[in-house]
Design a protein around this ligand. Structure first.
Ligand SMILES: [Zn+2]
Length: 96
């Protein structure tokens, strides 16, 4: 078996590479949890909340956009965008 980290050939007996010590896992190394990173309820709950309270979406969005996990980034961008649009609409209503 070839080591994914250093490329050294290792015997199939050990669970770790004899050269660099990296685990010789067959499947994906990262453990994927059963629960999604962002649940649909949270995503759309914040979205609806942002329509009434734009600052909620902007703050939540900025927190989630900085998260390295892609589903959180996408949800964060949605909330920031929704928050900005809602904030502009509220300001236009107040300005009248
Ligand atoms: Zn190795």
């Amino acid at each position: 078996m070839l080591c994914k980290k250093c490329g050294a050939e290792s015997s199939g007996l050990g669970a770790f590479c004899a050269k660099c010590g990296a685990p010789l896992a067959e499947g994906p190394v990262t453990v994927v949890s059963g629960t999604p990173v962002v649940s649909g309820e949270l995503k759309w709950g914040i979205f609806v909340g942002t329509l009434f309270l734009p600052i909620l979406g902007i703050i939540m969005g900025l927190v989630y956009v900085s998260d390295p996990r892609e589903p959180r980034k996408i949800a964060g961008r949605l909330w920031v965008l929704t928050g900005c649009i809602a904030a502009v609409l509220y300001m236009m209503m107040i300005a009248r």
